[in-house]
Design a protein around this ligand. Structure first.
Ligand SMILES: Cc1ncc(COP(=O)(O)O)c(C=O)c1O
Length: 390
């Protein structure tokens, strides 16, 4: 057993829920209104303010928000969506689900965000959407992406799963592009357990999204069981079962109140990690965010393989033996058999994304971590990097 082993397991992520969230959920359960209702509406209003958009449509996941945006935008066969392989699988699955074709282009060399120069090369008459992903909360080059979209008559759908709190040129990213899709999954900067939000300034998109999330029936479908509602409804367009529930929204209302405090702590934790890890042989700390503000969703440390004898996977196992939980963001699309088969990809398809994947480790990172927790993780990283020096 190593000297740096922690007595108790330090997870990669731990959500924080306080008494307010618990009381609000209890209130919802006692209210008799469990599914989408008044608390979801309140949550949407509050979220729109925070994300800097006119409309927030609360749904069951970010994946649902991505799918809804593409259905509302009437994408289908023959339409292309340009995105990056360096993401969670559902960014790409949602394109396939909408019946369109994902066109994948590599990331930048030393950033997991999409390379706009490669997007430019893939734009053509069939391009309907450009779908950048703000990995770890670091904004993509939105000026370049917006210009490319405009030039080829496409629109921008942001995968903002990591980007609640991300700013670009002085404003929240939510208002950039036509639509942003946020995630409220348990591991995100704030959570509703499961959930997502489609955020937009485009009223037509918002109206369509409200219908699509609830079977394609008229706008206030959820009100049909309330005193002001009516039993009658009509299905006016294709729809799905993608609504949020008031139980989830009850949690989200108070998580939104905590967001700023969470963000401040994330910034502090990231600064501390970088201060303690910077310059360590074999280790690369995250690049500073040059154009905007990162939401610091993740702290992704990278290894320099030439300076270490062990692999990234071995490094993770050694951290685990020290009782430290980690994760890897992300296993890129071209490593997954389904996407290989569907899109004709192989592990060699995207050099930069492969390099980033093979060298990345997401360290424990959540607002209730203490400075001592960070010091303990760094202590283990130092010991392992020292012992494994090439
Ligand atoms: C980049 C990215 N996009 C999309 C998603 C999907 O989010 P959800 O689980 O809310 O559907 C995730 C979830 O981890 C993600 O990390």
């Amino acid at each position: 057993m190593s000297d740096s082993r922690l007595k108790e397991f330090l997870p990669f992520h731990r959500p924080y829920l306080g008494d307010e969230e618990i009381a609000e959920v209890v209130d919802t359960l006692k209210s008799g209104w469990l599914t989408m209702g008044p608390k979801t509406v309140r949550f949407e209003e509050k979220f729109a303010q925070v994300a800097g958009v006119r409309h927030a449509v609360a749904v069951s996941s970010c994946t649902a928000a991505l799918h809804i945006a593409m259905v509302a935008g009437e994408l289908g066969e023959g339409d292309e969506v340009i995105t990056s392989p360096y993401t969670f699988p559902s960014t790409i699955s949602s394109i396939l689900q909408a019946g369109a074709r994902p066109v994948l282009v590599d990331t930048l060399e030393d950033s997991p965000n999409i390379n706009p120069a490669l997007v430019a090369r893939s734009c053509n008459d069939a391009t309907r959407v450009i779908l950048p992903i703000h990995i770890a909360g670091v904004p993509c080059d939105m000026a370049a992406i917006s210009e490319l979209a405009e030039n080829c008559g496409a629109w921008v759908l942001q995968d903002a799963a990591h980007a609640l709190g991300t700013e670009y040129r002085g404003a929240p990213v939510g208002g950039l592009g036509r639509v942003s899709a946020y995630s409220l999954y348990a591991g995100k900067n704030i959570t509703t357990g499961e959930g997502g939000v489609l955020a937009t300034d485009d009223e037509e998109m918002a109206d369509a999204a409200r219908m699509i999330r609830l079977h394609g029936i008229s706008r206030d479908a959820w009100k049909r069981y309330s005193a002001e509602g009516s039993w009658y409804y009509e299905v006016s367009r294709q729809g799905f079962k993608y609504n949020m529930t008031d139980i989830n929204a009850a949690i989200g209302l108070h998580q939104l109140d905590r967001l700023q405090g969470f963000q401040e702590r994330r910034v502090e934790l990231a600064r501390l990690y970088t201060e303690l890890l910077e310059g360590l042989p074999g280790i690369i700390t995250p690049a500073p965010c040059t154009e905007g503000v990162s939401a610091w969703h993740l702290y992704i440390m990278r290894l320099k393989p030439v300076e270490l004898r062990c692999s990234r996977n071995d490094f993770i196992d050694m951290l685990k033996a020290d009782n430290i939980g980690t994760s890897v963001h992300f296993i890129p699309a071209h490593y997954h058999p389904w996407f290989q088969e569907k899109l004709g990809l192989s592990r060699d398809s995207f050099k930069n994304a492969s390099n980033l994947f093979e060298t990345s480790i997401s360290l424990p990172f959540f607002p209730t971590m203490t400075d001592d927790d960070v010091a303990a993780v760094v202590n283990s990283v130092k010991r392992i990097a020292g012992e494994q020096r090439a």
